[in-house]
Every structure is written in C-alpha cells, then in structure tokens.
Design a protein around this ligand. Structure first.
Ligand SMILES: NC(=O)NCCC(=O)O
Length: 414
C-alpha cells in the first residue's frame, strides 16, 4: 500500500481531486472510519497519508500490484487530459495450466459537446475522443476494452422527449459506431465492447439498450441487451426501450469468455448469476448512474458479484453533469430542472477473491487497465465451491412456484 496525498474537493465537481488516496481503498466510501476520523471534510484541502492503515487492509483494500506502463502511454494520457491507472491481479501458479494473463481496459468519460449541439457533431466528437483513448489502451497492451453505457450520447432518457435523442440510435450490425469500433478492434487486435442505443431495423425499427461485442478480428461477434430497465428517479428508460429478450449470452474471445450486464442489471444478483452459469469469466457492467441515487451501492455490488460468481467484474460509470435544453420534472413535487445530477465515474475492477482496484476519478475522464489471471476464477471456485453448493435446482423450482399468480408465501405461523 502506498502513501498518497489527497486534495478532497467540496462537492462532486470539485477541482483537484486526486485518486492517490484511493490506493488502499476502493473509494472514499470504503475508507475505514478510523482513517476518516480527523478528516475535516468542510475544509477545502487536506493532506492524508494512508501508509499502513490497518483499517483499510481489514476492509479488503487493493493488495495486488501496480502495473508498469510505457512512458508513451502515460505521456499521451496526460496530454489528452485523462487519468490512466493500471493494476495487476495475480493467481497461484498451477502445474497443468499456464497463467492466463489478459488485460482489460475500462473507459469512463464525460460528453464533449452540449446536448443541444447537432447530433452528428456530438457523436463525431465522442468517436474521436474514444479513438484516442483506445490508442493509449493499445499502448498499455489492453486485450478487451469496454466503454460506458450509451457512450455515443448524452444520457437523455431523463427528459422523456423523443427527438432528438432517438436520432442517436444506430444499427448494432453496421451503424457508424460499430464500423468505427470494428476499425479500432482490427487495428489494435483488441476486443471492443461498445454499449449503444440500438435501432433494430430488421424488427420494426424499435430501440434497444445494447452492447455490441466486436472481435479482435474486426468482426461483429454478437450483441447483448439490457435485461432490466430502471424505474427509479429520473431514469425514465422505459419510455424508449423494453427489456432484452436475448437472455444471458456469453462471448468466447481469444482473451476469455466475456458477458455484459448493462447498468441497472447490477442490482439483480440472478442476472450476474446467469452470465456466470453460462461460463463468463469477466462480466462488464457499463453504467450511467448518479451520485445521490447510487454512490453508496456502487463500491459493493459489482465486487460482491465477482465473489459470488467466481469471476472478474468491471464496473464503468460516466462522468460529469449533462445539461439538457428543456426542463423536466422528476415526479416528486420538486421544481423542474435541466440536469440529472452528477455522474460520478469511479470505475473499478473486482476479482473473484474479493480484491478490487481503486476507482478511477469521480470527476475526470479515465482509462483503467487491469491485468487479470483468469486462472483465479477456477481457483476461487475450487476454494469456495459456490457453484457446487448453490442449490440452483431447488431455487429454480421454488422460483417457478413463486412466479405463479396463485402463489402463497411459505410462512409458518403458530
Ligand atoms: N442507466 C441505468 O440503468 N441507471 C439506473 C440507475 C442505477 O442503476 O444506478
């Protein structure tokens, strides 16, 4: 664990916030009360040394190692103004299987142009930004990169308006964003997970919240869709698309078997379980979520899923405040407003043994590189045996009964 100095900013958009202090903890929310006592959050700046804080280790702070990156990658990230962090999770050596080392890259970013800029300009600016971040990911040896939910657009579903937001929807198979990702994948020999708003032209032109998985060969390997549509706060996504009917597909890539559990699906343990039962070794969770609503849940859910399912999980959130041209209300009696709240970034990777990386910044664009030894999945499965001890057939039977209209909860009374 290293010693870091921290400038804690007031408010979510504060300047100068450093992630150094998170090296021993996943986020401020995970820092021990011991470590936090004495911190005066009302003062704009505080310097804080974490060296050897037993509270942080007890809470499972990061105990892997930092990865060395090429200087060119660090220079490029700095020049292009995004944070670049890299960590490695090791596994025990085995006799029969060599280590299965791969690198994932998680990208979090703010939108570049205001939501009232022309649609094609907004998309173009994000395409250019992602291409430059992916270039750095390639310099860092990333094998699989994943972007945030609906990465080509502002998260406009809070507005409940159709135009112009539905114009951001594209074909998953051959839309301009997929074509860009195919080019990036082929150029950099990298699997690309690209979450977009999809327009399904073959089925009545309907919209979906989709992640397109592009092979390192540049071919579209397939797509998966969001299984759970939020009905909370300003996340009015049901106005735009329905729950997926594609189930829980897992994609076999040369760098491991991957799945994508889009945003709100992370609140559903059975959703993670189903990807895992289909063999996922890495489950990406591209998200768009805001501070007041979910920041207390964020450090826990994907991490818990990694433990429960003997797999790696990668939680990705966007950054910043997005101001919309027209006011909308939240159905809570409060005044109409033009923004959704603060998207707090804090993307991180969790391992099946419960370790996790520090989060990326709450305020800045970033690329998190994590080297994973996929052998850790089976090693943790053999240790904890959750797949073996899980009573899936019994749950399936009971769930089938509980889903029937005439079901009566099994409560025993005197
Ligand atoms: N994008 C999305 O599903 N957000 C819902 C809020 C959350 O799950 O934190």
């Amino acid at each position: 664990m290293s010693c870091g100095s921290v400038t804690l900013a007031q408010g979510p958009e504060g300047q100068g916030q450093s992630t150094d202090f998170l090296r021993g903890a996943g986020s401020l929310a995970e820092a021990s009360p011991l470590a936090l006592s004495g911190l005066k959050l009302e003062t704009p700046c505080v310097t804080w040394c974490l060296r050897g804080d037993p509270g942080l280790l007890a809470q499972g702070g990061f105990q892997g190692r930092k990865l060395d990156l090429p200087l060119s990658a660090l220079v490029n990230a700095s020049q292009q103004d995004f944070e670049l962090l890299a960590f490695a999770f090791e596994a025990s050596e085995e006799q029969l299987r060599p280590a299965r080392l791969i690198r994932v890259g998680l990208v979090q970013n703010r939108i570049l142009l205001p939501p009232d800029a022309p649609v094609s300009e907004q998309v173009g600016a994000l395409h250019r930004r992602i291409a430059e971040i992916v270039e750095v990911a390639a310099q860092c040896g990333v094998n699989i990169v994943c972007f945030q939910e609906a990465w080509t657009m502002p998260f406009a579903f809070c507005t409940r308006e159709k135009l112009p937001w539905t114009e951001f929807a594209e074909s998953a198979e051959d839309g301009p964003t997929t074509r860009l990702c195919q080019k990036l994948a082929k150029t950099h020999n990298m699997v690309v997970v690209s979450p977009i708003l999809e327009r399904d032209e073959a089925h009545g032109d309907v919209l979906w919240n989709t992640a397109v998985v592009i092979s390192n060969s540049g071919a579209v390997l397939g797509k998966t869709r969001k299984n759970h549509i939020p009905r909370v706060g300003d996340f009015n996504e049901a106005t735009y698309y329905m729950e997926s009917t594609l189930g829980h597909p897992v994609f076999q890539t040369p760098f491991g078997r991957i799945a994508v559990n889009i945003c709100y699906g992370r609140h559903h343990p059975l959703n993670w379980l189903m990807y895992s039962l289909n063999g996922a070794e890495i489950i990406f969770n591209p998200s768009a979520t805001t501070g007041e609503l979910s920041e207390s849940l964020w450090p826990i859910e994907a991490r818990n899923a990694a433990i429960a399912n003997h797999c790696f999980t990668c939680a990705i959130n966007r950054v910043g405040v997005e101001h919309f041209p027209r006011e909308f209300t939240s159905g809570d009696g409060k005044p109409a407003h033009r923004d959704f709240g603060y998207f707090y970034g804090s993307s991180y990777v969790s391992a099946p043994d419960g370790r996790r990386t520090p989060g990326l910044s709450r305020t800045r664009d970033g690329l998190l590189v994590a080297q994973l030894d996929l052998n850790l999945c089976r090693q943790m499965g053999d240790l904890w045996n959750f797949k073996m001890t899980g009573r899936h057939a019994m749950y399936a039977e009971e769930l089938a009964k509980a889903s029937q209209p005439d079901y009566r909860p099994h409560i025993i009374k005197e």
